[in-house]
Structure formats: C-alpha cells, structure tokens
Design a binder for this molecule. Structure first.
Ligand SMILES: *Cc1c(COP(=O)(O)O)cnc(C)c1O
Length: 356
C-alpha cells in the first residue's frame, strides 16, 4: 500500500451517458493532491473529493505561469479491464517539464502508483462506448503567494480525471488545417518541447483566426525562417510522401516529444515503411503535392490518437490531401494503435498497463 491518505466523497455525481460525452467538461468524484514545501519536500499525498481550491489571489501561478501538465487516457479494453497506455513515459516527461520550469522533481514511480490508485477508485467512470475514454490530467502549479519573479518555494501536484468522447467534433474524419507563417508557437531554446501551460495560452490567437476561417487547427512553422514544419496545436505531424513516412525531428528543441509520435514511428518501422525524422519545409510539401506524391498527412497525440489531415491552407492556396479522404496508412495506424490499446492486438512493446 502507498502512504496515501484517502478520503471518499460522501455523495457521488451522476455519471454522464457515454453517447453524450464531449472533451473535458465533466470531472469524476475524486482527485489526487500532493504538496511541496522547501522543508518537507513533496508530502501529504492524498485522494480527496473533487472540488475547488481556495487560493490567495497573489498565488504565483496566476501571475507568472510557472505550471506544467500531462495528458493521458484510461480505456476499457475488450475484456472489460481498465488499462492505460505508456503511463511511465508521461511521468518521465512531466519531470523533464519540471526541470525546465524550476519545479522540484517528483518520484515518477510514486506518481504512477498514486494515479493507478485514483483510477481504481474511479474505474466506474471509464466509459464503454467506442472512441470514449477517461482522460487523465496530472499537473503541477506554483503556490507561493508572492509577486516577485523567482521560482516558487511551494507547489501543488494534482491529478484530475474527465470522461471524454472524440477530441475533434469531426471524429476520425480528415480535418482542415491552416498553416500560419505569421505567428509562431515556440523557438529554439524556448519551452516548446515541454508541456508548459503558457504555451497553450500563447497559441490561442492564431487558432482563433484559423477557426474563424473554418479551419480546425493551426500548423506551426519554425520561428527562425518560417519555412520548416513543426507541429499542429496539440499533435505532432506526419507526411507520407512517395511511400516514405516523414516527421519533423525533435532536434530543433521547439517541438513537443509526443508519446503517440514515438509509438507511430515504432509501428511504421515494424510495418516496414522507411521513416525519416528530419527537417521538412512547406516548399517540400508543396512540391510533393504538385507532383502528386503527397499521399497522406496526419497528426498524432493522446487526445485524438491519429487524425487525418485532408487540407492544408498555405500562402493563399489549398493543398488537398488524398481527396480529403482518410488514407489507408493512417487508417492502419489507427486500427493498430487502438487495437493494442483495446486488447484486440498483441502488445509486443509492453505499452499497455492495466490498473489492476
Ligand atoms: C501533448 C502534445 C502533443 C502530443 O503528445 P502525446 O504524448 O502524443 O499526447 C503534441 N504536441 C503538443 C504541443 C502537445 O502539447
């Protein structure tokens, strides 16, 4: 047993219908909380009823955004077990984010076990219908009530859970994306390669403009030359050009190292596709399109798994991919990844971790 205090909720909420789930609007009955002070380090881990946090208006996270998060999912597999997908990688990444944001390291194994305990308590919240899951949001915030700019001395680490349906209203249908050569998401030496909360606030304006024009998401280019593809809102991006799978390499330091990205690369290699992690410019994508060699484009991320891209709007013209239909490669990847997650296919990489 973990040294974990558990206080059960006195009344439980009514659970939403699986068919009515959207993304991120409802939360379960309990949450995990742990505090950090300089004297005690991380202490008082507890699972308590879900509810608001009373906070001083001067709390540092409100002013300077010293905060990080993760996102993963629990699924109900075909045999009824509740499973998670590569959860250890999320806590490893949370610690890399913590380091960059001057937040104290957490014990990854302990955090994983605490999350598992929370999932065991909330397992009835894991929905059953196809394409639904229980989204898991671990996060850490700076909690000193102080208006000076320095790392906080105190923090809260929390995990909350939300039953979700498909991330995009389009479901598994190709989305249209606007390539922005005006705004940038991240730059080398910045914080684009970690899940720092401010990254998402900074991305809203370009997304808003894209949505006003009918696009689901923005594709970001590199901050220095505005030429090389980086990633989409909350997804990494892949191109299938002339039989090869190409994705931007992580070496720029401004791209989020997605766990789904890593899974896609491993699966594509196993399917004997050549995979290239390298710089890829919009000119190259455009040229491939002009020659009829741009076969598929898709994004990868926990929320949407893989999501086909049917259209890229770039410099006033449309790059239409595969007649805006879901391509065979992205379909196969989706079937393989969800097949492993739902226990239909063998889990040869040990990616799936059941909660008990
Ligand atoms: C979380 C995230 C991803 C996807 O990462 P996964 O580990 O695959 O969920 C990609 N890009 C950004 C900017 C993200 O925040």
């Amino acid at each position: 047993m973990l040294p974990l205090r558990i206080e059960k909720a006195k009344t439980l909420k009514e659970k939403p219908k699986d068919s009515e789930l959207v993304f991120g609007t409802q939360f379960t009955d309990h949450m995990f909380v742990m505090d950090h002070t300089q004297e005690k380090g991380w202490h008082d881990p507890r699972i308590i009823p879900y509810g608001p946090l009373p906070m001083d208006p001067a709390t540092m996270v409100f002013h300077y955004g010293q905060a990080i998060f993760e996102g993963l999912k629990a699924y109900r597999d075909d045999s009824g077990r509740v499973v998670t997908f590569r959860p250890g990688d999320n806590f490893a990444r949370l610690n890399r984010s913590a380091e960059r944001m001057c937040i104290p390291q957490i014990d990854e194994e302990f955090a994983l076990q605490a999350m598992m305990e929370l999932l065991r308590i909330e397992k009835d919240w894991v929905p059953r219908q196809k394409d639904t899951s229980l989204y898991i949001r671990p996060f850490i915030i700076a909690t000193d009530p102080f208006l000076g700019v320095r790392p906080s001395y105190t923090y809260k680490f929390m995990i909350i859970l939300s039953p979700v349906g498909a991330y995009y209203p389009e479901g598994f249908n190709p989305i249209s994306i606007m390539v922005t050569d005006k705004y940038v998401r991240a730059c080398p030496g910045g914080v684009g390669n970690i899940k720092a909360e401010g990254n998402y606030g900074a991305s809203l304006y370009a997304s808003k403009l894209a949505k006003e024009q009918g696009y689901t998401q923005v594709l970001w280019l590199d901050a220095q030359e505005n030429r090389y593809v980086e990633e989409v809102g909350t997804m990494n991006i892949f191109f299938k050009i002339d039989g090869k799978i190409i994705t931007p390499s992580l070496s720029s330091g401004s791209i989020l190292p997605g766990i789904t990205r890593d899974s896609v690369i491993k699966l594509a290699k196993e399917m004997a596709y050549p995979v290239e992690e390298r710089r890829i410019s919009m000119d190259e994508v455009d040229a491939a399109f002009a020659k009829g060699k741009l076969e598929e484009v898709f994004g990868s991320g926990t929320a949407a798994v893989v999501s086909p891209v049917g259209l890229l709007r770039y410099k006033g013209h449309d790059i239409v991919v595969n007649d805006q239909k879901t391509g065979p490669f992205v379909q196969k990847l989706y079937d393989t990844l969800t097949g492993i997650q739902f226990g239909k296919l063998p889990d040869t990489h040990n990616w799936v971790m059941p909660i008990e």
